[in-house]
Design a protein around this ligand. Structure first.
Ligand code: ASP
Length: 381
């Protein structure tokens, strides 16, 4: 709940288009948002001054998916329903918060790219973090397949303590037992709650709240898919009431990046290692010319192509994680054949790709970005 009379002074609110806008608007009984070009306000609830303010940025995915019938839970079109319909399907949200909806994109999550991620991060920073902002939280609706990548991206790039909650659904809106409406209600509940402050970006799905830094999708079909295999959940919902197990904390190995002046990020790809891997795909990736970094998802102990890896790692940064996608990779100097590559530590393959793109895009040293926290936490150096 907020008492300030003026709505946020949102400066340089950049969206998918490079257009920059200034938004200064007095709070009254209509939406405090104007509709800046490139970030179209598509829905606003009736303003209630006693409630917090939450902005929903919709990007598509199954939560906005439509199937041929209620029995179609696995075959459907993702990103078919707009943000307005998503909000109207959950009228109870309006008892929790004033809701402002933006349609950032309406695509399946494999089509989310760093341009869209930058647009969300910059808009979230402007809406949440600008001085005088009276927005209490941001919710991003997203397809689940790459949800953890955008959630991790936002965790690393939006850091003023206010909640950023990423949510999706495993069943389309048209299916029996669609999980999207309850997930969205819980996401708004989390975004509007002061209990969610200073916990980094959050993923709410299936009655649980997880840290975006740790949480990953673990099953392609089932509702109970978002998990943080070792650290577990931060909290959950009982009867749609939010609770956390512990007071706020920051992931130990987390790095942050300022992307507010960036318009693009360098390309980073992931290469999968297996028996008989000989490094040819690494060389091929390099040959494309636009690949500025690589992640290798390798068997633990290396992929058995040390010479090829060293050659490629001499040209562009190559981060090494494991194809199991969970676990700790020691700093490179502790790995006999690992010196050429950069150790990912605990950051899984797809999140390592995001972190390497952010490091390269912001001019941070890639090796230090990944390995400095490892050295200081594991070895006190
Ligand atoms: N393919 C969909 C997507 O990631 C799946 C989902 O949302 O669950 O957009």
């Amino acid at each position: 709940m907020l008492s300030v009379a003026l709505f946020a002074v949102l400066s340089t609110l950049a969206a998918a288009s490079p257009a920059k806008v200034n938004v200064v608007r007095e709070r009254n009984n209509v939406s405090p948002f104007v509709s800046p070009s490139g970030l179209n306000l598509t829905y606003s609830s009736k303003y209630n001054s006693s409630l917090p303010n939450v902005v929903i940025m919709a990007t598509g995915g199954t939560i906005a998916g439509s199937g041929a019938g209620a029995a179609s839970s696995g075959v459907y079109s993702a990103g078919a329903i707009g943000v307005e319909a998503l909000i109207q399907a959950v009228p109870d949200m309006l008892n929790i918060s004033n809701i402002y909806g933006y349609q950032i994109a309406n695509v399946g999550s494999p089509s989310i790219n760093s341009t869209i991620q930058l647009a969300i991060a910059k808009a979230a920073n402007a809406i949440l973090c600008a001085p005088g902002s009276v927005t209490d939280g941001v919710v991003v609706t997203h397809g689940t397949d790459t949800l953890e990548e955008t959630a991790f991206f936002l965790d690393l790039t939006v850091n003023c303590g206010k909640p950023v909650v990423i949510v999706g659904a495993m069943r389309p809106a048209t299916a029996y037992s669609a999980d999207g409406p309850a997930n969205l209600l819980q996401a708004v509940t989390a975004a509007a709650s002061p209990l969610s402050k200073d916990r980094g970006a959050l993923i709410t799905m299936n009655d649980r709240v997880g840290s975006a830094w740790y949480t990953q999708k673990t099953h392609v079909n089932y509702l109970d898919t978002f998990k943080a295999p070792e650290p577990g959940y931060l909290g959950g919902f009982f009867n749609n009431e939010l609770f956390y197990y512990n007071s706020p904390a920051t992931p130990t190995f987390k790095k942050t990046f300022n992307v507010n002046n960036l318009t693009s990020l360098p390309r980073v790809d992931i290469v999968y290692g297996q028996q008989e891997f000989d490094g040819r795909l690494l060389e091929a990736a390099l040959a494309f010319g636009d690949v500025k970094g690589l992640v290798i998802a390798s068997p633990n102990g290396g992929v058995g192509a040390d010479a090829a890896i060293a050659r490629v790692a001499g040209r562009i940064p190559v981060v090494r994680h494991v194809r199991i996608n969970v676990g700790m990779i020691a700093p490179s100097e502790r790995v006999p054949t690992g010196n050429a590559t950069i150790s990912s530590g605990l950051v899984n393959n797809q999140k390592s790709r995001i972190q390497l793109m952010l490091a390269l895009g912001t001019g941070a040293d890639p090796r230090e970005t990944f390995e400095e926290p490892l050295r200081s936490i594991l070895y006190g150096k």
